[in-house]
Structure formats: structure tokens, C-alpha cells
Design a protein around this ligand. Structure first.
Ligand SMILES: Cc1ncc(COP(=O)(O)O)c(C=O)c1O
Length: 391
């Protein structure tokens, strides 16, 4: 399919100068694994730690207000309410929350698509000893989630939960979340979304997609610290869900130190009841900054920039003999990930690496994932390496 390359809407040079300390001799194209930490996120975490070492400088605002700012930023990102956000250490925690707290009886069925990242499989498998069945629906011939087959399966009347990645980790296939969300809602199926490969690059509105629970980690497209993330629990759902892992901070009594020893079994309002114990405040302060940075730049603009960079590559790849593009190039299926397979994946990957182009191999293909800090010149460098020996 011929592509027209538009111009990027981002001021990449100034963004790089301010926020991303990337080396000039390296082309970093691996945000889908780990993105660089945004400079302002690093500074926020470092300055928090500095106040912590000078402990008397740590003030009230360093605790609850720090967490609330992060919930607010996360809520803006997915157009939800801060009350619907619980801060979590990674995506897996959020998916486990869904698996443990949704009302699943013995005999209930959970459906996932084949080729889901395992973070969205094991937490459901773990319910096997409670008699909950996990059914993995095969991908289509191209290795993308087979949406028609999934819908057909969901329509049979016996499914309790459908859990899906917004963007598939290896091919970058963007799921039709709206369609699935509506379908699930109409049939009373809980819809759980793993959003880590989307948030920060692909716009996502928790209401429009009708997600019940959505989980993410902060270290990929959100350019935040390791060990940060959040889960969204739909507002009218969280009053019905009982935390299965309970911490003192889940409880209302923890808001008043004079009352902590009352051991009062009363949860905090909102999704905060799923937050357990003391958290990495310094990193959460960092995540707030990186999410705010992305919001300031604009997720739609980031998406347009990333697609534009990938298009430059797609056009070149389509000209190279023996190269197969595994990502779906339909506009509504695009994301920040592009997967392609030259005749010799290992050799081309080694050549890219030797030239300072850092990407990765997933599921037998080279996976490229640029972000807001990458430039057209960098894509030209990649193409030069790819063309060197043709394939
Ligand atoms: C789709 C998807 N989900 C989850 C994860 C990671 O999960 P966690 O944040 O729990 O490490 C990854 C990548 O590492 C991923 O690609």
C-alpha cells in the first residue's frame, strides 16, 4: 500500500535537548521494551531522594499529595477520574488485581487472545485452582488477534472476562478496543485491557473503550521510572470489588494516625483501596512528571510523529527484496511498533546493532519502536544500514 509521508508535528530537537539525554552515535528505537527516563522525571525522583536524605526537608506534600498528583496525571492520560486510579508497581499487579477481584465463580471462563504478552496470561491461569477456565483463542494467519473469532467466542454466553492488549507487543497490532468494549458491555462480560504498549503513544479513552479494568506500567512509552504504573478501575465497578491483597493504606483508618489501631474494616473510597502499603514515592513523583510531559506535548501529536517516522521506514522496507513487514499497516491498526523480517533476521539485527541502532527481536522479527525523541535523520540512518547489503 503506498504511503504518503507527512511532516512531523514535533520539535524533536528541543525535546531532546530538554528531556532526553540520548547519545548522538546511537539510534534508540526500543521504547516498546524500555524508553529512556524523561529528564524531568529523573530530576523529580532525584530531588525527592535528596529531600529524603536531608530527612527534615521532607514535607507533607511529599506523601499523599505526591500520589494524588500522579493519579490525576494518569486520569488525564486515559480521560478517567483520579478516583478511578490506583497506583501500582507494574502492569502485572493491575492484571492480578482484575483476576483476583472480579467476581469469578468455579466454571467461569476467561478468554484471551493467543500471543498475548504473558503478563496478561499467567494471572488468569493462576485461577485454575479455583475452577476458572482460561481459553486462549488462536491468532489469525498473520499472527494478529483474530477479532471476528474472538467476538464469536465471546458471543456464546459463557464468558465472564475478556482480557486483551490494546497494542500487541510483538507486531504492534492495535486492537479495536471500542468494538470489544461495547460488545462485552452488552453481554455483561468484564473487559480488561493491558495498555502498556499503547499509553504514551496511542490515544486511549477509558470511557470510550468501555474498559472495566485497565493496567499499565510506566517504563515503556510513558518514559517513567521502573516499578511504577497504575490501574484504572471503572467508577461504578470499584465499590463492588473487594481487594484480595489488603494493606493498611487500603483502609480508611489509615487517614488518621490516631485511629490506625482501631483495625476498622472499612476501605478507602475510590480505587485507592487497592493500593497496598508504602510505595516508591520518589518514582511516583517521576512518573507524574513524565506523564505530564507527554500530555503537554500531546498524545495525538506523539502518535502522528511516531507513525511518520515508521512510514519513512516502511517505504524503504517495501523496496528491499526479501523483507516481510509483519505489522498491519491499516491506519486504524497502527501503533508505535513496526515488525519486519528480513531473510536473515540475526544478520540484519547484528548489522543494526553494530551501527548503533538499538532495537530488538521479538517473535522472530525485528521490532522497531521509535518515540517522541526520535528524528527523521535517525530513520535515514537505519535505512542506510538496511540498504548496505540489500537485505
Ligand atoms: C503487552 C505487555 N504487557 C505487559 C508487559 C510488562 O508487564 P509488567 O509491567 O508487569 O512488567 C509488557 C512488556 O514487558 C508487554 O509488552
Amino acid at each position: 500500500m503506498p504511503l504518503t509521508i507527512s511532516s512531523s508535528p514535533l520539535e524533536t530537537a528541543s525535546l531532546r535537548e530538554r528531556e532526553f539525554a540520548l547519545a548522538d552515535d546511537v539510534v534508540y528505537l526500543n521504547a516498546a521494551s524500555v524508553a529512556p527516563l524523561a529528564e524531568r522525571a529523573r530530576r523529580a525522583a532525584a530531588s525527592y531522594n535528596l529531600r529524603r536524605s536531608h530527612i527534615h526537608e521532607l514535607g507533607n506534600a511529599d506523601f499523599e499529595a505526591t500520589l494524588q498528583r500522579c493519579r490525576q496525571a494518569a486520569a488525564r492520560l486515559i480521560r478517567a477520574e483520579p478516583d478511578e486510579i490506583a497506583l501500582m508497581g507494574n502492569t502485572s499487579f493491575g492484571i492480578n488485581l482484575a483476576a483476583q477481584c472480579l467476581p469469578l465463580e468455579p466454571g467461569s471462563t476467561v478468554v484471551v487472545s493467543d500471543r498475548e504478552f504473558p503478563a496478561n496470561v499467567y494471572p488468569w491461569m493462576a485461577l485454575g485452582d479455583r475452577g476458572v477456565r482460561l481459553e486462549i483463542v488462536p491468532a489469525d494467519r498473520d499472527g494478529w488477534p483474530d477479532e471476528d473469532r474472538l467476538l464469536e467466542r465471546l458471543d456464546r454466553g459463557d464468558v465472564s472476562v475478556f482480557a486483551l492488549s490494546a497494542v500487541q507487543f510483538a507486531s504492534g497490532f492495535r486492537a479495536d478496543l471500542e468494538r470489544f468494549g461495547r460488545f462485552c458491555r452488552e453481554r455483561g462480560i468484564f473487559f480488561v485491557v493491558d495498555a502498556i504498549q499503547a499509553l504514551g503513544c496511542v490515544p486511549l479513552d477509558a470511557r470510550t473503550i468501555d474498559a472495566d479494568i485497565l493496567a499499565t506500567g510506566g517504563h515503556k512509552w510513558l518514559c517513567g521510572p521502573f516499578g511504577t504504573g497504575f490501574v484504572y478501575v471503572r467508577g461504578d465497578l470499584y465499590p463492588l470489588l473487594e481487594p484480595r491483597v489488603v494493606g493498611w493504606t487500603s483502609m480508611l483508618a489509615s487517614e488518621d494516625y490516631d485511629a490506625v489501631l482501631d483495625y476498622r474494616w472499612e476501605f478507602r473510597s475510590g480505587a485507592r483501596k487497592f493500593e497496598v502499603g508504602t510505595v516508591p514515592f520518589q518514582d511516583i513523583a517521576g512518573l507524574t512528571e513524565s506523564v505530564e510531559l507527554l500530555l503537554e506535548v500531546g498524545i495525538e501529536r506523539i502518535e502522528a510523529h511516531v507513525i511518520q517516522l515508521l512510514d519513512i521506514l516502511v517505504v524503504a522496507l517495501q523496496d528491499l527484496p526479501g523483507v516481510e513487514i509483519l505489522s498491519n499497516l491499516e491506519p486504524r491498526r497502527r501503533s508505535g511498533i513496526l515488525a519486519f523480517r528480513p531473510r536473515s533476521v540475526e544478520a540484519v539485527f547484528a548489522r543494526l546493532k553494530a551501527a548503533g541502532v538499538l532495537c530488538t527481536i521479538r517473535e522472530g522479527s525485528i521490532r522497531i519502536s521509535p518515540h517522541l525523541y526520535n528524528t527523521e535523520e535517525e530513520m535515514a540512518r537505519v535505512i542506510e544500514v538496511l540498504r548496505k547489503r540489500g537485505r
